[in-house]
Design a binder for this molecule. Structure first.
Ligand SMILES: Cc1cc2nc3c(=O)[nH]c(=O)nc-3n(C[C@H](O)[C@H](O)[C@H](O)COP(=O)(O)OP(=O)(O)OC[C@H]3O[C@@H](n4cnc5c(N)ncnc54)[C@H](O)[C@@H]3O)c2cc1C
Length: 453
């Protein structure tokens, strides 16, 4: 069990001060470079990420993004098995992503970031997912959060800016904490049991969150909670509690991380339980609160969901597509190297193996094409793309699970031994279908729409 603690009487407003939010694990970096603005155009012109973002390593040679991603993917792959075994998040990987300017890739330009869109984010996540998927999932949450920054436009002034600045300068990571032990996933409706009580001066947050990816390395936790109606200074007319998001600096006293994450796959994500015990927060920590009983609440929720769907569904899909691509690459190498004495040639020479590798290749190429196209459409603002993103997530994860499953079935014991990475890829890729949106919701929604119901 890890406890973040400190003086109980610490001024809650100080928790939102810049410079307070870095984690004591070395995820710190230099100041942002003014030349960040517009870097993405130069990058497409083959300028160096490292030279432009964060002002780090400007002396190093100019390299295209694809080359940087290949290097990071290969580097992260070297320790992936060890992190899977220990279940410890690879902090060094996050530091490398920060050094390369990738953590802040989707921070909007007006906040000093690169302003990269979803199409770039999925390219990055598939590459990092291929190397080490737990790193990629933590990165996905951070890129998604900043990529949706216009959803945070109504936050109290200056608050998002502080989070963005901490990401760019210190490598601060943010994630959304929604699921709860009793409610389960909020994707199917319901009101959180996590409660914010207004004590006349600050909020006191109490509750329990599950599956909090990257919990020990986060700087900011965006916690889904409900206000306590009796103490709420702005009680909604409907009589419901206000429900929404509280921005919690992860080093605030009263936060306990319960190291509960011991899953089949994605073991190094450290997606632990997080308990909040009267965690005191500045008034502006209540960044986004709505009245679920208000007449326009459903419409506003629907609009936000369409906008968010593209980012949440496709970033998740990209991580697991990367896992499947790693499995395919390993299989191809294995089929070239394995020469059974009874055959006298590599397994790759047999039509049976060529056929299955071909099926895997076509599946994953189609998935990649679909993912990239939908991400570009979301970037272009096509509302339909936002609506279709859930279906694309379902199709891409189905392809990814199918491809790794076919690889395992094809080669027998070598696919099941822990001596080879394929069994790890298989465990990891199975987690893809659990993430919101789950297939029954995707297909049920699509079915009702097609039937006009
Ligand atoms: C690797 C990983 C990382 C994650 N990281 C995060 C994170 O950082 N933050 C976060 O908030 N969440 C996170 N999650 C949780 C995830 O986003 C889903 O919310 C959660 O996994 C939902 O699945 P569940 O099986 O836990 O659902 P549960 O709510 O526990 O439900 C169990 C089963 O019942 C079904 N079910 C539940 N309610 C209904 C209903 N009303 N109607 C029909 N079926 C129902 C579900 O589909 C599921 O099959 C993570 C999940 C994974 C796998």
């Amino acid at each position: 069990m890890t406890t973040h603690s400190g003086p109980a009487d610490r001024d809650p407003a100080a928790h939102l001060a810049p410079g307070q939010m870095g984690r004591p694990d070395g995820l710190a970096g230099g100041p942002a470079d003014d030349s960040v603005d517009g870097w993405i155009d130069r990058w497409t012109g083959r300028a160096s990420l490292r030279a432009i973002v964060g002002g780090m390593g400007a002396d190093r040679p100019v390299r295209p993004l694809a080359e940087v991603l290949d290097e990071l993917s290969a580097e992260f792959a070297k320790t992936a098995a060890e992190h899977d075994r220990t279940g410890v998040f690879p902090v060094a990987n996050a530091r490398r992503l920060h050094e390369e300017g990738i953590l802040g890739l989707t921070v909007p330009r007006e906040y000093g970031g690169a302003g990269a869109g979803l199409a770039t984010a999925v390219q990055v996540l598939a590459a990092i997912g291929k190397g080490e998927p737990s790193t990629a999932l933590v990165l996905a949450m951070n890129l998604m959060f900043h990529g949706r920054a216009r959803d945070w436009a109504s936050w109290p002034p200056g608050v998002y800016e502080r989070v963005a600045t901490s990401c760019l300068t210190e490598g601060a990571l943010t994630n959304l904490l929604r699921g709860e032990p009793d409610l389960g996933t909020p994707a199917r409706g319901g009101i959180p049991a996590t409660t914010a009580r207004w004590n006349g001066r600050c909020w006191e947050l109490t509750g329990h969150k599950v599956y909090s990816t990257g919990a020990p390395v986060l700087s900011w936790m965006l916690v889904w909670a409900a206000t306590e109606p009796a103490s709420d200074p702005a009680p909604p007319p409907s009589g419901y509690p206000r429900v929404g998001w509280f921005l919690v600096p992860a080093d605030t006293p009263g936060i306990t991380i319960l190291r509960t994450w011991d899953h089949l796959g994605m073991r190094a994500t450290e997606s632990h339980d997080v308990v909040f015990d009267e965690v005191r927060l500045a008034p502006e920590a209540a960044v986004l609160l709505g009245d679920p009983g208000a007449p326009d609440a459903a419409a506003r929720q629907a609009e936000a969901t369409v906008r968010a769907a593209g980012w949440s569904a496709l970033t998740i899909a990209a991580v697991y597509l990367g896992v499947a691509e790693a499995a395919r690459d390993w299989l191809i190498r294995y089929l070239h190297e394995r020469v059974p004495t009874n055959l006298g040639r590599p397994l790759a020479a047999l039509p049976r193996f060529q056929n299955v590798v071909g099926q895997i290749e076509v599946r994953l190429t189609n998935a990649r094409t679909l993912l990239d196209a939908c991400a570009r459409d979301v970037d272009a603002g096509h509302e339909l793309a936002g609506r279709r993103a859930d279906g694309v997530k379902a199709a891409v994860t189905e392809a990814a699970i199918g491809a790794v499953g076919d690889a395992v079935a094809l080669i027998g014991n070598p696919g099941l031994t822990r001596a080879n990475p394929l069994e790890r890829h298989y465990r990891d890729v199975l987690c893809s279908r659990i993430h919101t949106p789950q297939d029954d919701v995707v297909y049920g929604t699509a079915g009702r729409a097609a039937l006009g119901l």
